[in-house]
Design a protein around this ligand. Structure first.
Ligand code: MG
Length: 201
């Protein structure tokens, strides 16, 4: 399986990154070795500025290429919560030199993932999600603020990359990204319900 991540999909986050609003979806990938299902995360020694990006995640349930937007909803059946962990210092250097972001984004365990629910249990254009660190709210988002909807993202990405059952799409992060420190306890919520826990070691 593969993990596809959408960048700059919430206007306020694009602003805090001093990036222009995208006119088409920005995506990059993480390999399956990035997936982290356990609660403990060990900060790798190559970064001094590891950031959290809480994101709603789509689970692909059917293979497809060149999927039309009107049929895109048939290609994912579950929604969950994940964190797109980012070595911001390394990403900044890559951006400066115009190099790919993989070192900053695709390293081992860089994609913590929590539980999933059937998409029918949620109102897809009004999903609240939140990241708390040590009990304090740090990121708050709602799917209504997506620049590119879930269906648009699937249609766009599948023009370039075949989607397969089990693939995950991290759909972008709202504003409030920030540094994680050893000892931090992260908890992610969807509509007020706990979906994900992570302890930084
Ligand atoms: Mg992200």
């Amino acid at each position: 399986m593969k993990i596809i991540c959408i960048g700059r999909n919430y206007a306020e986050h694009a602003k805090e990154m001093k990036a222009d609003l995208p006119t088409e979806p920005v995506f990059f990938m993480k390999p399956d070795t990035a997936l982290l299902k356990e609660e403990d995360f060990y900060i790798p020694d190559f970064t001094k500025d590891l950031h959290h990006e809480i994101e709603l995640v789509l689970k692909i349930c059917k293979a497809g290429k060149h999927i039309e937007e009107q049929f895109a909803h048939k290609y994912y059946d579950e929604i969950g919560l994940g964190i797109d962990l980012t070595a911001r210092d390394i990403q900044a250097k890559c951006k400066e030199k115009g190099l790919p972001w993989e070192k900053a984004k695709a390293f081992d365990n860089s994609a913590p993932i929590g539980k999933f629910v059937k998409k029918e249990t949620l109102q897809l254009n009004n999903i609240n999600f939140e990241l708390k660190i040590n009990g304090q709210s740090r990121q708050l988002g709602n799917s209504k603020d997506l620049i590119f909807s879930f269906d648009k993202v699937i249609a766009y990405v599948s023009k370039f990359v075949t989607l397969k059952t089990g693939d995950l799409i991290y759909t972008g992060t709202p504003e409030g990204v920030g540094q994680m420190k050893i000892g931090d306890k992260l908890e992610g919520f969807v509509n007020g319900q706990s979906f994900l826990k992570l302890t930084v070691k």
